[in-house]
Design a protein around this ligand. Structure first.
Ligand code: PDD
Length: 286
């Protein structure tokens, strides 16, 4: 049984609870982060904390802890649960004001809720998905227009994954005005003539921490990158495609809305970037 963190307490997972009046539960008034653990260490922790602080600030939500305290909590939860390969999930909500009310509670009277738990995963090298690659379908992006804030409003992304499953695929890419925004829980990339293409940062997509790392590593490997939007048609005509996220790392995409890429197999650039990402993450994890 896992040990879970809830507002200053370490509890067995079956005893870890929050109030029915918690605004995360009633209003999806909460933000989250998922940090990868490789070899018992945290990958890109500084990036995740910086994005968490940004999400909180954008929503005028009080912060439950400082960055160094969060690092200590992350390390403690990894140790308490003996996580070697996996992730730490962290969620902050605007807390429990004791009743349901649309207006925000006074932060002096209602403290934010902080919950953390761990998830185990297979070693990245053993990923069967990475070896065969993902099939994605295209669906309209009907999410709200502040996708740069990592909120827990994940109903439509969940629906997107279900639509993909129903269609015999693995995941979905969101399309807005004919352009790919991102995947349900990852950033979308294509490779054309050796160049990497991924959408630029704005309110339209989550500013992926893995995306930023891959941009750094691509520059070091002298790969050319274009940060710009691309259409579904351009993606289907690309040499390769892949997605990035803290849980999938660099994950090849082998089919987009029924059109196979690269002979339906993971491409060389995506495969190499996955190796570089894992190598560098092992070196820089803390
Ligand atoms: N999802 N875009 C969306 C919509 C996401 O939900 C995520 C992450 C990403 C990639 O961000 P990062 O590289 O920082 O993980 C992009 C997490 C992993 C999740 O919901 O489980």
């Amino acid at each position: 049984m896992r040990t879970v963190y809830v507002n200053g307490q370490w509890l067995p997972e079956d005893q870890a609870t929050v109030s029915v009046f918690d605004r995360g539960f009633l209003m999806a008034d909460g933000v989250y982060e998922v940090t990868t653990v490789i070899d018992g260490k945290l990958v890109d922790f500084q990036g995740h904390v910086a994005r968490l602080e940004r999400s909180l600030a954008e929503l005028d939500m009080p912060s439950p802890a400082k960055a160094d305290e969060l690092l200590a909590l992350h390390r403690e939860i990894v140790a308490r649960n003996g996580v070697v390969q996996g992730r730490v999930y962290l969620q902050v909500t605007r807390g429990n004001p004791g009743d349901r009310d649309f207006t925000f509670p006074d932060p002096a009277k209602t403290a934010p809720t902080l919950v953390m738990f761990t998830q185990m995963a297979a070693a990245p090298e053993d990923s069967a998905e990475a070896k065969r690659g993902l099939k994605v379908i295209a669906i309209p992006d009907i999410r709200w227009h502040r996708r740069d804030i990592k909120t827990v409003q994940l109903l439509y992304p969940s629906m997107g994954k279900m639509m993909a499953k129903k269609a015999g695929a693995d995941d979905a890419w969101f399309i807005e005005d004919g352009l790919v925004t991102e995947g349900t829980s990852n950033n979308a990339w294509i490779v054309r003539g050796g160049k990497l293409v991924t959408r630029g940062l704005s309110h339209d997509i989550l500013h992926g921490i893995t995306r930023a790392a891959v941009l750094r590593y691509a520059a070091e490997a002298q790969l050319q990158v274009e940060e710009r939007s691309f259409t579904l048609t351009e993606a289907q005509a690309a040499d390769e495609a892949f997605v990035t996220s803290a849980s999938a790392f660099v994950m090849p995409v082998v089919e987009i809305d029924g059109v196979p890429l690269c002979g339906g197999r993971p491409g060389p650039v995506a495969t190499r970037l996955r190796e570089i990402y894992l190598e560098e993450s092992r070196k820089t994890a803390i």
